[in-house]
Structure formats: structure tokens, C-alpha cells
Design a protein around this ligand. Structure first.
Ligand SMILES: Cc1cc2nc3c(=O)[nH]c(=O)nc-3n(C[C@H](O)[C@H](O)[C@H](O)COP(=O)(O)OP(=O)(O)OC[C@H]3O[C@@H](n4cnc5c(N)ncnc54)[C@H](O)[C@@H]3O)c2cc1C
Length: 473
């Protein structure tokens, strides 16, 4: 290691590793320090239940990863990252045994909403289909770390997306499309009536029609391993089992980049109450299952979908989100489930399956949601319980213990609601900067927020290299 490094990165999650790679590829010397004994943060894969069953304890499905400008700019395929697509990105079953779907095809998606809403859906997505790559780069670079390439489409997207999702859902006459959209908004645990929640639904829908909702072969660890191998090839070093508690724990560097929560950064760097107004939000109760066979969904569509949303209607999904936001565990939780071994048989022994499900629960909740989750899955897949070989459960305390960024079990590292959905961790045009000119924040507590896309790391790295170039001059 040189006596003075250009940059030290704390935390080897997707954003920390992306920031390290961006700096290393520009010729800066970089070292990464990670508290756990493996890299990955929220993108990792482990044998959580039985031998041969490879589970993703956190992220599994990556609509934002496959389309991420940061990942597209790096040769991650050379380091083993391969995206696998289920026949359908997502299915949303209903009590009558049918399902709405998000397909790669707009027509199949629209048809699944029924004749009264098919046209409205086509009209909603049409303006963005040919411009998605540019649009995603523009809005994931907000607030203005790069000039918008297509300001007109970005402005139009703002008009559709900035209002609450409930406004956008009024375009639909039946609940099939509304329920599917409400479920999409729930992926970031945002209240349906919140500012800019329409954009969340639109982003996930458009991602399905453009890059799909793929899973990495071998599990989400493959993303982290590819990023880490790239960093090392570029000359960076990665130190695991190294929890940083104070700035003095780190070697001398011209810049320090934190893939941590703002609260942890304030503690480590001595920023006092600088981030005290940052709010942490609701959590999830996650179950990883080892199954004796595929989930016996009543409807046909979920049997060929990578992701299955479980919420009988938009009202129930809205109610579940509202309940967790006021501190009550939902009686009928909305569930997001993933079926990795449908597309990747390497994830489980022959004929067996891994299955991933979570429901939302209040911040720091200490109860057990297993019964409510399995009751909901049984409702749409009778016989599911008979297939369970083993399960690994994790509520907010276990999630927080697993990753210091999940404060109170908040998997988004900060509530994705109100202004904080867009402007995080503070209202500022320079969210990656901190009170110290050589200290930067790059975690999902900064824009564009939660998800495995590396764009917070990518954007933060731009602020860091401007600082480093100035320091060199
Ligand atoms: C159950 C669950 C399901 C999810 N599903 C999906 C999904 O399907 N698709 C998707 O795109 N996203 C999903 N996510 C969200 C996604 O995992 C996160 O948004 C993403 O990982 C954030 O990346 P990050 O780099 O900002 O932080 P993290 O991935 O949280 O990484 C932070 C890293 O910093 C380390 N660290 C923290 N403090 C210190 C310290 N003091 N010293 C040293 N190291 C430190 C941590 O150990 C960790 O490795 C899910 C998350 C969870 C928990």
C-alpha cells in the first residue's frame, strides 16, 4: 500500500465497490475496508438452510442492476456476471386463480390487466420505451451529477412520476392493474400517496419492458464478486473483517468514502448531529426457504415468473403499507417473493428449489411474521407448506445485526418517503459531500436510493475525483 492512498472506501456493498472501481479505473490508489468476512453487503449468497441450497439473504432480483449505467460501463461479464431471465419478470396472482403480469412484452402485460385497462397501460408506458437507456441515466444521476442528455423526456417523466402513485393508478378502471402498480411502489416500502411514488411504479414497469428483471447466475453474490475482482484487477485492495469505528482506524488518504448509514458516518467521523434529521423507516420480515419442489401456484403465470407479488388488491396493499408506517404489523402482509432456482438450477440440489419471501413490518419490530406470511402464500399456492424442507427467518433485529446499514432493520438505509425519497440524506444539491471536504457518503442513503445498481457509488465517485484532482493541482 502506498504511504498515502488517494481514497479509502468503508463498506464493500454494491455502492462502495462501485465507487472503488470508478476511482481505481481513473488511476487513483484505492483500498476498501469491510466489516464482514466477505464482500457484498446487500448483494450476497449463502447456504442459509441446508447444504447445496444457495440463498440470497438480501437482494435477489435486479431490474435496476441490469439497466444500471454504472454496471453497463464496467466489464463485469468478464468477471463472471451473467444475467438470467425468467420467462416472465413478475406475476401478481389474485383470489380468482388468475394473475396480472409484468412481461417483457407490453402487449402481454396490458392484456393481463383486462380489456378496460389495456389501452391506458399502453398509453402510459409508450412515451418512454424508446428512450429508457437515456432516461434511466438522467434520473439516476439526479441531483445533477451529470447534465441530462434528454431533458424533455426527463421533464415528461417528472410530470407522470412526481405525483403520488394513487393519481397514476386512477388511469386504471379495474383493480388488477392498480394492485400490480401498488405492489411495485411497495418494493421501496413507500406509502402509495407519497410524493414521486408514481415514478417508482413506472421505473419498475419500464425496466421489465426494457432490460427485464433478471437474476445473476449463482446468486446476487456474483455481482459483488465481479465488482470486487474488477477493483483488484485495477490495483485496488480489499480488506475484510475490518470494522471501522473511527477515522483513525483507517490508513492516511486524500479522500474517505463511506458506504455506511449517515448515522454511522456521523459517529465515525465526529459529525455530531449533522444527520440527526435523517429518518429510518419500516423493515421487512424475510424468510428463505429450501423447498422439495417448485411452489404450487394456483395460477399458471407465477409458475414461470422470477418475482411474484402477493397482495389481493390495491386497498389491502395500501393498508399494509400504512399499518407498518404507524408501527403496527399488518394482519395481511403484502409479500414480495422470488424464485431463483426456476431460472438457475445451480441454486439447489436436483429437483429442489430455493424460494425467498418477505413482508413489511414496522421499524425495529421484534415479532414473528412466519405464520402470516405462510398463510398468504398458501392462499395463492395451496400445498406450499408441505414442500418446506427448511426455512431461515430474519426480522429487523437479525437484519440489523447482519448489516450495520439496516438501522432498525430498514433495508433501504433510510425511509423512502416524503422529500427523503428524492433528496437524501439531507436537502442538498451535493448529497455525497459531508461537513468534511475529504469525507464522502456513497451508500443507498444518497440518491438514487435503495437497490443494487451502484449508482450512488458511481455519482459519489465523481465528487471524489473532482476533489482528488483539485488536491493534486
Ligand atoms: C431482504 C432484502 C431484500 C432486498 N432485495 C433486493 C432486490 O431484490 N433487488 C435490489 O436491487 N435490491 C434489494 N435489496 C436492497 C439492496 O440490497 C440495497 O439497497 C443495496 O445493497 C445497497 O447497497 P449499498 O452498497 O448502499 O449498501 P450495503 O449493500 O448495505 O453495503 C454496505 C456495506 O458496508 C459495510 N459496513 C457498514 N458499516 C461498516 C463499518 N463501520 N466498517 C466497515 N464496513 C461497514 C456493511 O457490512 C456492508 O457490507 C434488498 C435488501 C434486503 C435486506
Amino acid at each position: 500500500m502506498p504511504s498515502m492512498l488517494d481514497a479509502v472506501v468503508v463498506g464493500a456493498g454494491p455502492n462502495g465497490l462501485t465507487a472503488a472501481a470508478e476511482l481505481a479505473r481513473r488511476g487513483f490508489s484505492v483500498a476498501v475496508f469491510e466489516a464482514l468476512d466477505t464482500v457484498g453487503g446487500g448483494a450476497r449468497t449463502e447456504e442459509l438452510t441446508l447444504p447445496g441450497f444457495r440463498h440470497d439473504p438480501c437482494s435477489a432480483v435486479h431490474p435496476l442492476g441490469v439497466g444500471s449505467p454504472a454496471f453497463k460501463d464496467m466489464p463485469l461479464d468478464r468477471y463472471g456476471l451473467e444475467w438470467l431471465h425468467a420467462e416472465l419478470p413478475m406475476a401478481h396472482p389474485f383470489d380468482d386463480g388468475t394473475a396480472a403480469v409484468l412481461s417483457r412484452s407490453v402487449s402481454e402485460t396490458a392484456a393481463s390487466f383486462g380489456p378496460r385497462d389495456a389501452g391506458a397501460y399502453r398509453r402510459l408506458v409508450a412515451p418512454y420505451l424508446g428512450t429508457w437507456d437515456t432516461l434511466v441515466r438522467d434520473f439516476m444521476s439526479l441531483p445533477l451529477t451529470a447534465l441530462p442528455r434528454d431533458p424533455v423526456t426527463l421533464a415528461r417523466f417528472g410530470v407522470d412520476g412526481l405525483p403520488p402513485s394513487t393519481w397514476l393508478m386512477r388511469r386504471f378502471r379495474d383493480d388488477r392493474a392498480r394492485a400490480l402498480f401498488a405492489g411495485l411502489v411497495a418494493h421501496v416500502i413507500a406509502p402509495l400517496g407519497g410524493l414521486a411514488t408514481g415514478a417508482i411504479g413506472l421505473v419498475f414497469a419500464l425496466a421489465a419492458h426494457t432490460g427485464g428483471w433478471p437474476l445473476p447466475r449463482g446468486g446476487s453474490q456474483a455481482i459483488s464478486d465481479a465488482l470486487a475482482a474488477y477493483v483488484k484487477d485495477l490495483g485496488g485492495t480489499i480488506h475484510t473483517s475490518y470494522e471501522v469505528k473511527r477515522l483513525d482506524d483507517l490508513p492516511p488518504a486524500r479522500a474517505y468514502v463511506f458506504d455506511t448509514s449517515p448515522t454511522a458516518l456521523a459517529r465515525i467521523a465526529g459529525f455530531g448531529r449533522f444527520y440527526d434529521r435523517y429518518r429510518y423507516g419500516a423493515s421487512v420480515y424475510k424468510i428463505d426457504y429450501a423447498l422439495d419442489g417448485p411452489v404450487p401456484w394456483t395460477a399458471a403465470e407465477p409458475r414461470r415468473a422470477g418475482t411474484v407479488q402477493i397482495g389481493p388488491g390495491s386497498r389491502e396493499i395500501g393498508a399494509a403499507l400504512h399499518q407498518v408506517s404507524v408501527g403496527t404489523p399488518p394482519r395481511t402482509p403484502f409479500l414480495i417473493t422470488a424464485q431463483p432456482s426456476l431460472v438457475d438450477p445451480s441454486r439447489a440440489p436436483g429437483g429442489k428449489h430455493v424460494f425467498w419471501a418477505y413482508g413489511h413490518v414496522p421499524h425495529a419490530w421484534e415479532g414473528d411474521l412466519t405464520e402470516a406470511i405462510e398463510r398468504q402464500i398458501e392462499r395463492f399456492a395451496p400445498g406450499f407448506r408441505d414442500l418446506i424442507l427448511a426455512r431461515a427467518t430474519a426480522g429487523p433485529p437479525q437484519l440489523a445485526a447482519r448489516n450495520a446499514n439496516y438501522v432498525g432493520g430498514d433495508i433501504a438505509c433510510g425511509a423512502a418517503s416524503g422529500l427523503q425519497l428524492l433528496l437524501r440524506p439531507r436537502i442538498s444539491l451535493f448529497p455525497y459531500h459531508t461537513p468534511h471536504p475529504a469525507v464522502f457518503l456513497c451508500s443507498s442513503a444518497t440518491p438514487p436510493g435503495p437497490g443494487v445498481h451502484g449508482m450512488s457509488g458511481h455519482n459519489a465517485a465523481k465528487a471524489v475525483w473532482r476533489h482528488l484532482r483539485k488536491a493534486r493541482r
